[in-house]
Design a protein around this ligand. Structure first.
Ligand code: 5GP
Length: 179
């Protein structure tokens, strides 16, 4: 493990938490169908593991946004770069995000998806950094609340790297070379 990476949440803790969220969703929507909408690219590993823990009739779709700013900080402007292709009217939609930080991305996507008139719209975030919130939002399903640290792994990147790490790690600049 490079010295600028430190494990915050292990793969075992992730797997246990994803299983718990899957069971909650299975209970909450018993007898119904759900559409999982993953926010690219960060949520793709979370969505693929979560989907296998949901014992319901389920379909997937993906949406992608860009938020302007530095590589570590969103500047507050969110733009849609890929929409879903599934009609969402009257469906139980679960928006699946890697991390809820300022809440700007979720606020943008909530408005966009509500306009499609889903029957229900819920929000699952693997990670939550409540101390960074700029918008008054919270997730319906949360894996872990984490401190205000920049994390990578399990789908999360720094300049597109580290998404394939199986654990969630704190990334610190200047603590060593990126190797
Ligand atoms: P929000 O719009 O809630 O501020 O941010 C959500 C997005 O910011 C996430 O989907 C993710 O792309 C990015 N983000 C926020 N915090 C982190 C972090 O600690 N690590 C990484 N890799 N991305 C983050």
């Amino acid at each position: 493990m490079p010295s600028n990476l430190e494990i915050l949440i292990s793969r075992k803790q992730i797997a246990d938490s994803v299983a718990r969220i899957g069971q909650q969703i299975t209970r909450d929507f018993a007898g119904e169908s759900v559409v999982l909408v993953g926010v690219l690219k960060g949520a793709c590993l979370f969505l693929s593991d979560l989907a296998r823990q949901i014992e319901l009739d389920a379909t997937f779709d993906f949406i992608a946004v860009r938020s302007y700013g530095t590589q570590k900080e969103s500047a507050g402007e969110v733009q849609l770069i890929k929409d879903v292709t599934t009609p969402l009217e009257n469906k139980n939609v679960i928006l699946v995000e890697d991390i809820l930080d300022t809440g700007l991305t979720f606020t943008f996507l909530q408005k966009l998806l509500q306009a499609r008139k889903p029957r229900t719209l819920k929000f699952a975030a693997l990670l939550d950094k409540p101390s960074r919130r700029k918008m008054p939002v919270q997730a319906d399903y949360v894996g872990f609340q984490i401190p205000d640290k920049f994390v990578v792994g399990y789908g999360l990147d720094y300049a597109e790297r580290f998404r394939n790490l199986p654990d969630i790690c704190i990334y610190s600049e200047g603590a060593g070379q990126i190797v």
